[in-house]
Design a protein around this ligand. Structure first.
Ligand SMILES: Nc1ncnc2c1ncn2[C@@H]1O[C@H](COP(=O)(O)OP(=O)(O)O)[C@@H](O)[C@H]1O
Ligand SMILES: [Mg+2]
Length: 358
C-alpha cells in the first residue's frame, strides 16, 4: 500500500496476531488481548514460540502496567507529561492492542466544541426531517461507547473547560443522553477513554476537579539516562528511515549520541560532567525532536551528500531545534557552542559546521 503512515494495528498486525495466539489468560470484556499481553506488546519481549515482539515504549514497565490496569477499571486514563515523551505514541499502541482500533480519536484544540465529543447534526437532514437518528452525526466517542472500545482524546487541556465537562456524564454515568431524540447511548463494557495532556502548554485550561477524579494520571517522564534516550532515537530513526525508504547508511551511533548529549545538557542546564552551568533554551528539546533532527540529517545525507550522515548534515537540524526564539535562544546557543562544543575533544567537525551556519 501507498500510505505514508499506517495505523499501529495495521503496521504491527503480525505481532498482535502472534500475541493473540499464545494469550490464554482472562480477557477483560471486549478486549482483544489480556492486560499482560498488552504490556508485552508495549514493552516488547520474546514469546514462548520464539517470536520477537518489538518494544514500542522504552522506559519503566511499571508505568505501562498501571496505565493498562487503569483501563480495566471504571476510571479513564490520562497520560501527562512534557511534549515528546511518547504520550500519543503510547495511547495509539494501547488502543491498537486492546481494541484493535486506534482511530477513535478526538483531537483537542481551543476550537473543539461539544459536538466533537457528543454528537452533531447533519443540517440538511435536520431541516428536511427534523431530529431523527439518521440526522445525527456520531463522534468517535459515541462509536467507542456503542462498540465497547477505547476512545482517545489528544491534548485534553487545550479544550475549553465547559466542553471538557461534557465528559463527566460519559465517564461517570457511562451514558450519553440525546435529549433531542429522548434517548441515550449507553456504553458497552470495554469502553474507556485515554486522554493525553501536556504540562508545557501555556495558557491552557486546567483539568477541572470534577473531571480529574474520573481520570487516573500516569506521568510519562523524560528518559532517565542518556543511554536510554540514545536507544529510543536509534530505534525510531531506524524504523522511520525504513518506511521513508531513504537510501542511506544507518546513522553512526556516535552521531546520535552527540545529539542526545547536546539536548540533555541544554535541557538540564548543566554539562554532563556537572562542571559548566548552562542556560536552557525556550523549547523543550524532547526525544521526539532529537529523532527528527537525525531524520533530517539522514535526508540531507541521502539526497545531497554521500549517503553517510556527517556533522554538516546535522548542524542545521540541531540549531533549528534549539533556536526557537530568535533572540533569547540564539544567545543560549552561541554560549553553548563557544564554551562547550568548541573545546570538546573530537567535536571539531560539529563546531565548524555550526559556526558556518550562524
Ligand atoms: N520512552 C519512549 N519510548 C519510545 N518512544 C519514545 C519515547 N519517548 C519518545 N518517543 C518517541 O518520540 C516520538 C514522539 O512522541 P509523541 O507520542 O508524539 O509525544 P507526545 O508526548 O508529545 O505525545 C514518538 O515517535 C516516540 O516513538
Ligand atoms: Mg502528543
Amino acid at each position: 500500500m501507498n500510505l505514508i503512515r499506517q495505523h499501529a494495528e495495521v503496521q504491527f498486525s503480525e505481532e498482535l496476531a502472534e500475541l493473540k495466539k499464545q494469550d490464554t489468560g482472562h480477557l477483560p470484556p471486549n478486549w482483544l488481548l489480556t492486560p499482560q499481553a498488552v504490556v508485552t506488546y508495549l514493552m516488547g519481549g520474546k514469546l514462548k514460540n520464539g517470536f520477537e515482539v518489538s518494544p514500542k515504549y522504552i522506559g519503566d514497565r511499571r508505568l505501562m502496567e498501571i496505565a493498562v490496569a487503569t483501563l480495566t477499571t471504571d476510571r479513564a486514563l490520562l497520560l501527562y507529561g512534557l511534549p515528546g515523551t511518547a504520550k500519543s505514541w503510547v495511547s495509539e499502541h494501547i488502543t491498537a492492542a486492546i481494541s484493535g482500533d486506534s482511530t477513535l480519536l478526538i483531537q483537542g484544540t481551543a476550537g473543539t466544541g461539544e459536538e466533537a465529543i457528543r454528537y452533531g447534526w447533519n443540517y440538511a437532514r435536520l431541516l428536511a426531517e427534523g431530529p431523527t437518528e439518521k440526522a445525527l452525526v456520531t463522534t468517535p466517542m459515541m462509536t467507542a461507547m456503542k462498540n465497547g472500545k477505547i476512545a482517545r482524546i489528544e491534548e485534553l487541556t487545550r479544550i475549553s473547560a465547559d466542553v471538557q465537562d461534557t465528559l463527566i456524564t460519559v465517564l461517570s454515568e457511562k451514558t450519553m443522553p440525546i435529549p433531542e431524540l429522548s434517548m441515550e447511548v449507553q456504553a458497552i463494557r470495554g469502553f474507556n477513554v485515554i486522554a493525553t495532556a501536556n504540562n508545557r502548554d501555556k495558557g491552557v485550561n486546567e483539568l477541572s476537579g470534577a473531571l480529574k477524579r474520573r481520570f487516573n494520571t500516569v506521568i510519562l517522564p523524560l528518559p532517565d539516562s542518556a543511554n536510554e534516550e540514545v536507544d529510543i532515537v536509534r530505534r525510531r530513526v531506524a524504523s522511520l528511515a525504513k518506511s521513508l525508504e531513504l537510501p542511506v547508511q544507518a546513522p553512526a551511533l556516535q552521531e546520535i549520541e552527540r545529539i542526545v548529549k547536546i539536548f540533555r545538557e541544554l535541557r538540564n542546564g548543566v554539562t554532563e560532567d556537572g562542571k559548566t552551568k548552562l542556560k536552557s533554551p525556550t523549547g523543550s528539546l524532547s526525544t521526539a525532536e532529537a529523532i527528527s533532527v537525525v531524520n533530517n540529517g539522514l535526508a540531507l545525507a541521502a539526497h545531497f551528500g554521500d549517503g553517510n550522515m556527517n556533522a554538516q548534515d546535522l548542524a542545521a537540524g540541531i540549531m533549528g531545534a534549539i533556536v526557537k526564539d530568535p533572540v533569547q535562544d540564539k544567545i543560549v546557543w552561541k554560549e553553548y557552542l563557544e564554551t562547550v562544543i568548541k573545546s570538546r575533544e573530537g567535536w571539531k567537525d560539529i563546531y565548524r559546521a555550526c559556526r558556518e551556519l550562524s
